[in-house]
Design a protein around this ligand. Structure first.
Ligand SMILES: Cc1cc2nc3c(=O)[nH]c(=O)nc-3n(C[C@H](O)[C@H](O)[C@H](O)COP(=O)(O)OP(=O)(O)OC[C@H]3O[C@@H](n4cnc5c(N)ncnc54)[C@H](O)[C@@H]3O)c2cc1C
Length: 390
């Protein structure tokens, strides 16, 4: 069964503009024609390819949130998420590259970069000529990034970086890396953000991770050994790096929510189709109330998560404070993806457990949406602080 024949997941729920409809159509056609034929094999081989990312760039999908004056499309977050959800529906591993690039390094340079940094990096990134990565986590500092220890020491006209970053998406293929390092004392105020080029001496790609899911996504350690970063490549003000990074993570979390929705709706479509076709006791399993209710509950859960995600994005697009809604969207959408993976396998029965069918891949891909860009526990902490401590 292919996913290409069904209607866009968002159709009917959101009143889409003509531009949004066209972008959804472009994303769906690209996913169906260019991604779907290869996605299972790339997962099986754990094979990363830069080509689909470059193709996203040619479609304008790497500069969606960047104003036209800097080479982007100047679109809003809602429209960006519509495209991202369609890509994730077919290829969740590619979707995380698209999400990181659009949500984190480009947003950080747009918000805090000098004109020079925007000219040198933002424009080529928005035009799809440079791919970005975001290096915050370290082996001992994930949920608690204020504990990071990678150091940056000023020496003349450069900052000299030393240390290692963990689990960097696009880490082995990026052309630009937004790296957070400690320039001052302990805690969050001692962290600054730097725009780093992997081609510079002192930058090395470390271990390439072998993962449970998103197996065709590139996730690596990166290592800085006396890496000299020109002072012009300090992003914004010294000591504000972590605040900048946490601010950008709001866009990042919406991106992961859209990725999760793509995974969830793919699982639902596959499960519905299987339930109609598969016979047991002389009738389609879709006729059994146990299966019907399972699918109904899942459909309702996904629509609720989708409504919240796009409402949070719209709130952000209006320039309103949306920290709580963004965290709720990520929490619920990632839960929906995980539940959809489990339930789709259940509906498929034994076939669902087999590598010949796509649901076990979606199930493996779904799990990480509850982990990166803030685990579900961290989203709950964010919601609690907005709800109780504001
Ligand atoms: C595939 C993949 C790609 C990634 N890409 C990137 C990337 O591009 N850039 C980047 O910087 N990072 C990236 N990460 C790292 C990711 O953001 C971290 O893994 C994540 O933030 C969790 O950190 P941790 O793994 O250190 O878990 P820990 O912080 O060690 O947490 C372990 C467990 O403890 C829980 N926990 C921690 N603190 C609390 C608390 N206060 N209350 C309750 N529970 C708590 C967590 O929720 C979790 O369940 C990636 C990770 C993966 C798996």
């Amino acid at each position: 069964m292919t996913l290409t024949g069904s209607k866009p997941a968002t159709e009917g729920l959101l009143p889409l503009s003509d531009v949004q409809r066209e972008i959804v159509r472009t994303a769906r056609e690209f996913a169906a024609n260019e991604l779907a034929p290869h996605v299972a094999e790339r997962d099986r081989k754990g094979e990363f390819s830069r080509e689909p990312i470059d193709a996203l760039g040619r479609l304008g999908f790497l500069g969606m949130l960047i104003p036209e004056e800097w080479g982007g499309n100047g679109l809003d977050t809602v429209t960006y998420l519509l495209a991202l959800e369609e890509i994730a529906r077919v290829d969740p591993a590619l979707a995380v590259s698209m999400s990181v690039h659009n949500s984190l390094p480009t947003q950080l340079i747009l918000a805090h970069g000098s004109k020079d940094l925007k000219e040198r990096y933002l424009r080529p990134m928005a035009e799809g000529r440079m791919l970005g990565a975001f290096a915050l986590s370290e082996a001992h500092a994930g949920s608690d990034p204020a504990a990071l220890s990678c150091s940056a020491v000023r020496r003349g006209d450069a900052w000299v970086l030393n240390g290692a970053k963990a689990w960097v998406t696009n880490g082995g293929t990026a052309d630009v890396v937004l790296a957070m390092a400690r320039t001052g004392g302990s805690g969050s105020r001692g962290v600054s953000a730097f725009v780093v080029e992997p081609a510079w001496e002192g930058y090395a790609v470390g271990k390439e991770e072998k993962k449970m899911g998103l197996r065709s996504s590139n996730t690596t350690e990166i290592v800085f050994r006396d890496l000299e970063v020109p002072v012009a490549n300090l992003l914004g003000e010294e000591g504000k790096g972590l605040a900048y990074a946490l601010g950008a993570l709001e866009h990042g979390r919406l991106g992961i929510a859209a990725q999760a929705l793509g995974i969830a709706s793919a699982c639902l479509d596959l499960a519905v189709s299987w339930a109609r076709d598969r016979q047991a006791f002389g009738q389609p399993i879709a006729d059994f109330q146990g299966i019907r209710f399972l699918l109904v509950d899942l459909a309702a859960q996904i629509e609720a998560a989708r409504a919240l995600t796009y409402a949070a994005a719209a709130k952000k697009d209006r320039g309103e404070h949306a920290r709580k809604e963004v965290a709720m969207a990520k929490l619920l959408a990632s839960r929906a993806a995980m539940d959809a993976g489990v339930k789709a396998i259940q509906v498929y029965g034994g076939y669902g457990y087999m590598k010949d069918y796509p649901v076990e891949r979606y199930f493996r891909d779904a799990k990480v949406t509850e982990i990166y860009e803030g685990t579900s526990e961290i989203q709950r902490l964010v919601i609690a602080s907005e709800l109780l401590d504001g």
